[in-house]
Design a protein around this ligand. Sequence first.
Ligand code: ACO
Ligand code: LMR
Length: 262
Amino acid sequence: GDVIVEPLIRTTISDDRGEEPRYVGYAASELCEKGYGIEDVLALLWNKKLPSREESEIIKRIVMISADHGPAVSGAFGAILGACAGIDMPQAVSAGMTMIGPRFGGAVTNAGKYFAYGVKEFPNDIPGFLSWMKQNVGPVPGIGHRVKSLKNPDKRVKYLVDYVKNHTSLHMPILDYALEVEKVTTSKKDNLILNVDGTIGCILVDLDFPEQSLNGFFVLARTIGMIGHWIDQNTQNARLIRLYDYLINYAVKDEREVPEKK
Ligand code: ACO
Ligand code: LMR
């Protein structure tokens, strides 16, 4: 008789049993032929639907604008350290990737989640939202930047906000709320701006992307930059990095004799 085998995994996004991979049913080559781009493919694989033209223009801009931020930031610096230690590309890039977390680049998911929560639970009470966040979460994900501030605005954020609000017809209630939150936080301290993680998190929730997908946008985009840094260091034959003593504050005990072991 028939042997019934329990499947080991269940997938709902892609299928390679035909002539070529199908993403949520659509053949990859047909997507190419019909003029779709990488932004449409990621929307299919992460949100299981094709975005509208306006939506895909926003997704493309999010990826372009987050692709790199120079060598000084945690992710690129991690990848560069790896490259200079002679580590292969995937490992050096994953060293940089490891830095993506709650303080750097990995606040997109929680920014989207908590600003959406604010819209639902504290629609007309931003001080109430901020004190709930302080008590229950800690620093508001998506708010704050080490170097960007009201006096030194983040051009990426300004560009994206202007683009979605003035060059599309889409409604952005979560982003609007976060911009109101920013008015209150920057009145306390001028670097408590809506940062790039916060901006893209809100826009993507407004575009109906699932919460679990949001950090993926920074991870995907910044992979482009980290690969670039690895190639750059390797083509220059960069040497091993070792920190100079003057970059380290040695807050240690004075040299002393080891006592006899009792
Ligand atoms: N919400 C509330 N208060 C904050 C926040 C925040 N998001 N960020 C900083 N503060 C407050 C701190 O509590 C501190 O207050 P105090 O002086 O009264 O103690 C003050 O601002 C300075 O805080 P630091 O941690 O020293 O600020 P720093 O410049 O080191 O931090 C950082 C920058 C890590 C981005 C911080 O603002 C933060 O954790 N933000 C939330 C996470 C986030 O959105 N990260 C993504 C950044 S964008 C990117 O990585 C691409
Ligand atoms: C980035 O996009 O990497 C930056 O916003 C982070 C930083 O600290 O400048």
